[in-house]
Design a protein around this ligand. Structure first.
Ligand code: GRG
Length: 304
């Protein structure tokens, strides 16, 4: 495999995270124009750290297809805003009811439930305002339109929100007690869709062909599924301190997970198998991005 060694990978990743933070900050709303507590709550969650994987996957897929323009930046900020809004809402009392996220108190734990709902909504809306900034650039309108459509669709009913709405009915006591097929539906929508979207947007804005964009969608689907199964495994084997969020959250909320249905060892094997498929598919694309391949490998073996 064409990988970056681990020391170089960590250094490159740190540099990319720093660049992504600068991009995100440059697109955050201006304090003067925003109600004070709403501003504080949404900046609190956006600045709480986080691995910034989705904007980095977007950027690296963009680079894989030869993209090198600033037009990608509003989309990088937008995808992290959408992701962060979903985490704020996921932590709310009505959903997972968690008080720890990214190593700090959750947004609703600090600012109250109403502000948790509103700052999540505000970030989701502001993500689209932000992505639309890309239309200020002198850039192909059809590609921008397609990128906007992917961003909206993968977040919505046919993506993250659709998957999450099935997941809230997933509980061992019985609303839904998913089998592997249903669990795969949930994961592919609530998690993979927000990995597919940034990778597809990177490919679209770099001018990839239709078939290549579909291949990137398939790769993102696999990476997302592996990422979520790893998340379920870490929920069982890790600690609050390492993860920065409460472990055993799935058990507390009586969620059926891959670790339950397959057992830990088979779930780990599934993560490795799907990741290998994703990397094999990446290698069929024109161009080469060793960092991206290493990132996908690292996501499968992550401890946080
Ligand atoms: C209104 C936008 C909105 C959303 C509501 C709650 C919800 C719908 C969707 C939740 C989707 C969700 C939380 C899926 C889990 C995906 C997952 C494993 C997220 C953790 O991602 P990391 O590890 O987080 O990349 P960091 O903190 O590093 O960014």
């Amino acid at each position: 495999m064409r990988m970056v060694n681990s020391e170089n990978f960590d250094k490159m990743m740190a540099e990319k995270v720093e660049y992504v933070q600068d991009v995100i900050r440059s697109f955050l709303p201006k304090k003067e124009n925003c109600p004070e507590t709403l501003y504080d709550a949404l900046v609190y969650s956006m600045e709480a750290g986080g691995k910034r994987l989705r904007p980095i996957l977007m950027l690296e897929t963009y680079r894989l297809f030869g993209g090198n323009k600033a037009v990608i930046e509003p989309f990088m900020a937008a995808i992290e805003m959408i992701h962060t809004s979903s985490l704020i809402h996921d932590d709310l009392p009505a959903i997972d009811n968690d008080e720890l996220r990214r190593g700090r108190k959750t947004t609703h734990a600090v600012y109250g439930e109403a502000m948790g709902i509103l700052s999540g909504d505000a970030l989701l809306n502001y993500a689209y305002e932000t992505a639309l900034e890309a239309f200020r650039y002198n850039f192909d309108r059809d590609s921008l339109f397609l990128a906007m459509k992917v961003l909206a669709a993968k977040t919505g009913i046919y993506g993250m929100l659709g998957g999450q709405s099935v997941d809230v009915e997933n509980d061992k006591k019985g609303n839904l007690s998913p089998d592997l097929g249903m669990l795969e539906y949930i994961h592919k929508h609530k998690t993979s869709a927000l990995i597919e979207a940034p990778m597809m947007i990177g490919a679209i804005l770099a001018g990839a062909q239709k078939g290549e964009i579909s291949c990137v969608e398939e790769i993102g689907g696999k990476i997302g599924l592996a990422f979520q199964i790893r998340d379920d495994i870490l929920d069982v084997i890790s600690t609050d301190d390492v993860l920065g969020k409460p472990v055993r959250s799935d058990a507390k909320n009586e969620k059926v997970t891959y670790a339950d249905l397959l057992g830990l060892e088979a779930a780990k094997k599934k993560v490795n198998d799907i990741t290998a498929e994703a990397i094999r598919l990446l290698q069929t694309l024109p161009g080469e991005n060793q960092f991206l391949e290493s990132l996908v490998e690292n996501m499968a073996n992550r401890n946080k």
